[in-house]
Design a protein around this ligand. Structure first.
Ligand code: AMP
Ligand code: MG
Length: 327
């Protein structure tokens, strides 16, 4: 920690990106660690700054679907329909790459991930730069994604060149990634656009990738989005028993329970934090909740999983299972 990055405006952010620097950039999903996607050295700095393995490809953010031809080709009518209906927004499409796309961005894959973000400041920076922006989440590899400018400052302030403060992110979790290079669109990572919305647009079912197939993707690792606190996800029925067992065996451990409702009678020892029951509302605060655990020095967290895996419930369940994944 220590050093702080200057807060910059849109023009300042564009200047830094042109010069090959890194900017903490607000998007509607989470804050991105942004670099000009056409500058190899700048893109390599993203990987060094995050501690991310260089073979994990990045998402390229573009100002509009019309700007896509520089980066990729439309693979299918489905790809087009999804883009027309859901861009700008929290949807990333994996498409065949154009020849000019840097290997640093794609990890050498024949495909490239692209998205048109909806956040007005991200859009302004894209317009100003006139190129694509490579931007993974602005956090150290494996850690919790940032949803405020202060989160970025705390975690990467000493390693980047500027931060554009766009306030708290609207969606709060990452984009839905859909591979549209095959015959049937396949969700590689659930996120801010629900599977139901995709199917509504297409009027047909989509595939959802399982835990153990699919290409390299950090968001698909067993442990990811993880705070320092040890996290267990629990069913609402079991939470009382789990917390009681833990706190009686570890009376001195700081323990927190995150649950959408007041805990059942008989839960002792843990501090209870109420989270919103509506998945859209919880998604907005989920990562801030996880960061707050670490800020408060919590050692052990029990989190009650949302039961519904429809809508944003699917993405929340996915992130919590990975936050609780084996380290
Ligand atoms: P992040 O920027 O860390 O939220 O993650 C970007 C996600 O997009 C990662 O899970 C990547 O693996 C995924 N991704 C990027 N490019 C591709 C690609 N060409 N094929 C499949 N997944 C990709
Ligand atoms: Mg990330």
């Amino acid at each position: 920690m220590g050093g702080r990055a200057p807060f910059v405006d849109v023009e300042g952010a564009v200047r830094i990106l042109r010069a090959g620097g890194l900017v903490g950039l607000p998007t509607e999903t989470v804050y991105g660690l942004a670099a000009d996607a056409t500058q190899p050295a700048a893109v390599r700095r993203i990987f060094e700054t995050k501690g991310r393995p260089p073979t994990h490809p990045l998402i390229v953010h573009v100002p509009s679907a019309e700007a896509l031809s520089r980066w990729s080709a439309w693979s299918s009518p489905s790809a087009r329909r999804l883009a027309d209906a859901l861009w700008p927004g929290p949807l990333t499409l994996v498409l065949p790459r154009a020849a000019a796309v840097l290997d640093e961005v794609t990890g050498g894959l024949p495909s490239v991930a692209v998205r048109v973000p909806a956040h007005p400041l991200a859009r302004a920076v894209l317009e100003g730069l006139g190129a694509g922006i490579a931007a993974p989440s602005a956090n150290r590899f494996g850690a919790v994604s940032p949803t405020t400018a202060e989160h970025v400052q705390d975690e990467l302030g000493d390693r980047i060149d500027g931060i554009l403060d766009g306030g708290p992110c609207d969606v709060g979790i990452e984009s839905t990634i859909v591979d549209v290079t095959g015959d049937v669109p396949r969700v590689l990572r659930p996120g801010g656009v629900s599977v139901e919305s995709l199917q509504d647009v297409l009027g047909a079912p989509v595939l959802v990738a399982g835990e153990d197939d699919g290409p390299r993707a950090p968001g698909r690792l067993a442990s990811h989005y993880a705070p320092r606190a040890r996290v267990s996800v629990v069913d609402e029925r079991d939470v009382a028993e789990r917390v009681r067992a833990w706190t009686s065996a570890h009376p001195d451990s700081t323990t927190v329970v995150l649950a959408p409702r007041a805990l059942p009678e008989g839960v002792r020892g843990g501090r209870w934090v109420e989270v919103p029951e509506d998945p859209r509302a919880w998604a907005q605060t989920l990562y801030a909740d996880l960061r707050a655990l670490d800020a408060a020095g919590v050692e052990r967290a029990f989190i009650v999983l949302p039961v519904e895996s429809s809508g944003l419930g699917m993405a929340i369940r996915d992130r919590l299972l990975r936050a609780a994944g084996p380290r």
